[in-house]
Ligand binder design. Structure first.
Ligand code: NAD
Length: 298
């Protein structure tokens, strides 16, 4: 767990790099452009002015694979490369699973999967497309996923919290598959309460002024994760303007849990052996030793 500050100088490293952003992420878009980077945005809703006149944009529903595929093609066509991807589109909770809603026969209806589809399926699509495009970029690049403070708490928004736990799992599980075997770093941000469109004025009033941060705070964390080539496998929590990587370092989640799956000196329980057996069982290929001893699918 490591607290840190972000300077303008840190963010200037994004100069001339190209980022694809889903879910507009207006503050991040502005940060990247302010520091000399370029953005291609995809969202259901159009960009506001003044960005509408200057930032390339495609109308995209992130739950539609074909629409996201076209977004990435359009971005690569426009700029000739993609350096970074920000998987950010997300919506508020839809269901709690406590609903007693029934059909005309009186049978219980299945849960509405809207939030699951946007926040999780949409993110999986974005990340797969990101890996595909960035691995072809000779300079490599990075993916940043928008997780949340609800990714590791009992935040009582059933489907929303489930998706945010899941996207944190996505970042964690991909960490060993990507850098350094592939020139792709992956990180996540976990903003605490932030003043954006997802929180109504009534909710913001209930949280109370001083207890939420401006959207520029998580925007800085996204930009530094893209710009700083040392950052990989981080979960950057931001709260009222302060930043902390919760994943690495002493007392970080990874430090506390690493030995649970990879028991030191016990090959029978090692992460590598379990992975090898799992992948053999589903006929997905062999697992070899990664450069640093981590599992690597070959
Ligand atoms: N605001 C907070 O307190 C907070 C805290 C933690 C995490 N987050 C996360 O931040 C991310 C961005 O949300 P925000 O807070 O800026 O809210 P927002 O509502 O302002 O932005 C979300 C954006 O996603 C777009 N979107 C929604 N469904 C889409 C779809 N199917 N396809 C394409 N675009 C779609 C919306 O049009 C909107 O522009 C979300 O993943 C959210 O869960 C927000």
């Amino acid at each position: 767990m490591t607290s840190f500050t972000i300077s303008d100088n840190d963010l200037d490293q994004i100069k001339d790099q190209v980022a694809v952003i889903t879910g507009i992420g207006l503050a991040t878009l502005r940060r990247i452009i302010k520091h000399g980077g370029k953005v291609y945005a995809g969202d259901l809703n159009p960009l506001p002015e003044p960005e509408a006149g200057s930032v390339p944009f495609s109308k995209v529903d992130v739950t539609d694979w074909r629409e996201q595929l076209e977004l990435f093609k359009a971005a690569e066509k426009k700029y000739g490369k993609i350096d970074h991807v920000f998987a950010n589109a997300g919506i508020a909770p839809t269901i709690s699973l406590l609903e007693e809603d029934v059909d005309s026969s009186g049978d219980l209806l299945p849960p509405n999967l809207k939030t699951i589809n946007v926040n999780l399926l949409g993110c999986l699509y974005t990340v797969k497309l990101g890996i595909h495009h960035i691995r072809r970029n000779p300079s490599g690049g990075s993916i940043v996923i928008t997780a949340s403070g609800s990714s590791f708490t009992r935040f009582p928004a059933t489907d929303y919290t489930t998706t945010k736990h899941a996207v944190l799992g996505l970042m964690r599980s991909l960490t060993g598959h990507l850098y350094p075997q592939l020139p792709i770093r992956i990180n996540a941000i976990a903003p605490s309460w932030t003043e954006t469109g997802i929180l109504s004025p009534a909710i913001l009033a209930a949280i109370g002024e001083g207890n939420y941060q401006s959207a520029d705070v998580p925007a800085q964390s996204v930009t530094v994760l893209m710009a700083d080539k040392k950052r990989h496998g981080e979960l950057v929590y931001s709260e009222r303007g302060h930043f902390k990587d919760l994943e690495n370092g002493e007392k970080g989640y990874h430090h506390l849990t690493a030995n649970m799956l990879a028991v030191e000196n016990e090959e029978s329980l090692s992460e590598l052996k379990v992975m090898r057996n799992l992948l053999k069982m589903r006929g997905a290929g062999e697992v070899g030793d990664g450069a640093d001893g981590k599992p690597e699918v070959v």
